[in-house]
Design a protein around this ligand. Structure first.
Ligand SMILES: NC(=O)c1ccc[n+]([C@@H]2O[C@H](COP(=O)([O-])OP(=O)(O)OC[C@H]3O[C@@H](n4cnc5c(N)ncnc54)[C@H](O)[C@@H]3O)[C@@H](O)[C@H]2O)c1
Length: 251
């Protein structure tokens, strides 16, 4: 299977966090289909195994339980990629959660949980991958932000703050690593059809869709395409950028 569709990341090794389902799984799939060795990581280790088996990648796909808020687990995921495949070329910080509530109802625990997974988790991933990539003098790190971090969403003060923070983190890390041949970019998806958005009340989902110039939610593979571009040499002169994948929302 490796090398089909032109093999844009042929022979590279990728780690994707939160990859057991949704956008992360679509990212793992497209990287695999374009020739990469892929480590499917997720805090739900059993689901990560099933997801990796579903890719059907045999020797070029591996899975690992990894909670991105756990420093040791994140370091271990990077180490696993190097041990198993001999290198780390691509890291996608995708794991995410929501704990939506208006500020009157949001607890400190809701705020901390979301900031921990998105912001601390992404920072831990960038730091661990950078350690390996700067020695190799090459690599591409892609952080999954959200248009919520650009516009701010009602009921998402925690999530919007974390996703905006990921943009700042991406740019700062890009500046630190540019001279070492390591690129760091972010993707801001809009409304994408996954388990995360299936939790929204149907009328709210429909209203959000109606607001999108393309008049529909996106599919996980449509985010994965932007990630593949940033992971590959097609984007070799891009770092510190934010790609919006939102059907024209917030332009
Ligand atoms: N779905 C959307 O509309 C949308 C829009 C913009 C951004 N995003 C972002 O895209 C990413 C993927 O979202 P999704 O819609 O596929 O969500 P999802 O809920 O379908 O999948 C998220 C995955 O992350 C894993 N995860 C959660 N906490 C984790 C942790 N601490 N460590 C490791 N893994 C963990 C979950 O087990 C799950 O497999 C998230 O960062 C999300 O914020 C989603």
């Amino acid at each position: 299977m490796a090398g089909v569709n032109g093999g844009l990341v042929l022979g590279r090794t990728a780690v994707v966090t939160g990859a057991a389902q949704g956008i992360g799984l679509a990212i793992a799939r497209i990287l695999y289909e374009h020739g990469a060795n892929v480590v499917v990581t997720d805090q739900d280790a059993a689901l990560a195994v099933t997801a990796a088996e579903g890719l059907g990648g045999g020797e070029s796909v591996s899975s690992l339980g990894c909670d991105v808020t756990d420093e040791e687990a994140v370091t271990a995921a990077v180490g696993h990629a190097v041990d198993r495949f001999g290198r780390l070329d691509i890291l996608v910080n995708n794991a995410g959660i929501t704990r939506d509530a208006t500020m009157g109802k949001m607890t400190v625990a809701d705020f901390e949980a979301v900031v921990d997974v998105h912001l601390k988790g992404t920072w831990l991933g960038v730091r661990a991958a950078a350690e390996v990539m700067r020695q190799a003098r090459s690599g591409s790190i892609i952080n999954i932000s959200s248009l919520s971090g650009k516009s701010g969403n009602f009921g998402q003060t925690n999530y919007s703050a974390a996703k905006a923070g990921i943009v700042g983190l991406t740019k700062a890390a890009a500046k630190e690593l540019a001279g070492r041949g390591v690129r760091v970019n972010a993707v801001q998806p809009g409304l994408i059809r996954t388990a995360m958005t299936a939790a929204m009340p149907p009328d709210v989902f429909a209203a959000r869709e109606a607001d999108i110039p393309m008049k529909r939610a996106g599919e996980p593979y449509e985010v994965a395409g932007a990630v593949l571009f940033l992971a590959s040499d097609l984007s070799s002169y891009m770092t510190g950028t934010v790609l919006e994948v939102g059907g024209g929302r917030m332009m």
